[in-house]
Design a protein around this ligand. Structure first.
Ligand code: ADP
Length: 266
C-alpha cells in the first residue's frame, strides 16, 4: 500500500484539511513479478536447446566430423533441438498475442461432428504409431458459433496431449453433449466437449497448476515428446476468449479428462 499525504490549504492562513491517497500497488507489483518470472522462464527454456546445438556443433568442429556415424547422430540432435526452438518461439509468440488480445476471433457456424471428425483425422497418423484408438461420441447434430482455427487449435492440442501421455494400445475419446440453457432463458445454450484418455494421468498435487505456462509434471517426459509446456495455457486462453470454461479431472494410472464448456451462440 502506498500512502500519499498532501496538505490542502484554502489560502495562506486557513487549512482545508489533508488529502490522503491510498494506492493499492499489490496488483501492479504482482503483474510485474509475473512478467519477470515469465522472462526468466522463457530464457531458461531457450537456453537448453541452444546449449545443445552449440555443444554438439563445437564437438563436430573439434574433430567428431571425421567419424561419419557420430557426425550423423550429432547433426540429428542439432536438427531436433532447432525444431524444438522453433516450436518454443512459435508458442511463446502465440501466447503473447493471445494474452494481449491482439487476435480478434472470426466467428462462423461450425458443424461439430464434422469438425471433430476432421481433427481426429489429422491426429490419426500420430495415434496409429502408438496403436491408440481415436473415437468420437456425438449423438446429436450440434452447430456452434466459434473461431474455426482457434477451436481446431484447442482440440488438436488436447488430442495431441492425450496421445502423448497415453501408453501404446490406449484410447483417446472426444465426447459431445449439449447443455440446456438456464430455465429463465437468460443463459445461452452451451455445449460440453470432453477429451478423455486412458493414459498415465496427473497427480492430484499437480492438477491446480497444470494450465500454468511452462508447468510440467515430468520435464524429461514432456521434452522427449516434443512438448513446450505452453500447450495447455494456450488452450485455456483460447477457451476463455470464446467465453467458455475448461477443467481437468485425472487419476494417476487411470487417465485424464479435459472438460470444456462453450456457449453455442455468441
Ligand atoms: P507439454 O508441452 O509439456 O505437453 P502442456 O501445457 O500441454 O505442455 O501440458 C502441461 C503438462 O500437463 C504436461 O507436461 C503433462 O505433464 C501434463 N499433461 C497434459 N495433458 C496430459 C494428459 N492428457 N495426461 C497426462 N498428463 C498431461
Amino acid at each position: 500500500l502506498e500512502i500519499n499525504l498532501s496538505p490542502m490549504s484554502l489560502n495562506e492562513e486557513e487549512w482545508a484539511g489533508i488529502l490522503i491517497v491510498l494506492h493499492d500497488i499489490t496488483a501492479v507489483r504482482r503483474l510485474e513479478r509475473m512478467r519477470s518470472e515469465f522472462v526468466a522462464n522463457v530464457s531458461h527454456e531457450l537456453k537448453t536447446p541452444i546449449a545443445a546445438v552449440k555443444g554438439f556443433a563445437e564437438t563436430l568442429l573439434a574433430g567428431a566430423l571425421n567419424d561419419k556415424e557420430t557426425a550423423r547422430s550429432f547433426l540429428q540432435i542439432i536438427f531436433d533441438e532447432s525444431e524444438r526452438l522453433n516450436r518454443l518461439i512459435g508458442d511463446i509468440l502465440e501466447l503473447s498475442k493471445i494474452e494481449s488480445k491482439r487476435i480478434p476471433l472470426q466467428f462462423s457456424p461450425i458443424h461439430l461432428q464434422t469438425f471433430i471428425g476432421n481433427c481426429l483425422h489429422v491426429m490419426n497418423a500420430e495415434a496409429i504409431k502408438k496403436s491408440i484408438d481415436l473415437e468420437m461420441q456425438a449423438d446429436e447434430t450440434i452447430y456452434i458459433e466459434a473461431d474455426e482455427d482457434r477451436l481446431r487449435q484447442i482440440l488438436i492440442n488436447l488430442l495431441s496431449n492425450g496421445i502423448n501421455y497415453t501408453p501404446e494400445g490406449g484410447k483417446v475419446k472426444v465426447k459431445v453433449d449439449s447443455l440446456p440453457g438456464g430455465e429463465d432463458g437468460a443463459e445461452n445454450e452451451r455445449v460440453r466437449l470432453t477429451i478423455s484418455d486412458t493414459g498415465i494421468g496427473i497427480p492430484k498435487k499437480d492438477l491446480p497448476r497444470i494450465f500454468e505456462r511452462f508447468y510440467r509434471v515430468d520435464k524429461a517426459r514432456s521434452r522427449s515428446s516434443g512438448g513446450t509446456g505452453l500447450g495447455l495455457s494456450i488452450v485455456k486462453h483460447l477457451v476463455e476468449l470464446h467465453k467458455g470454461t475448461i477443467r481437468v479431472e485425472s487419476e494417476v494410472g487411470m487417465g485424464s479428462k479435459f472438460i470444456i464448456e462453450l456457449p453455442i451462440i455468441h
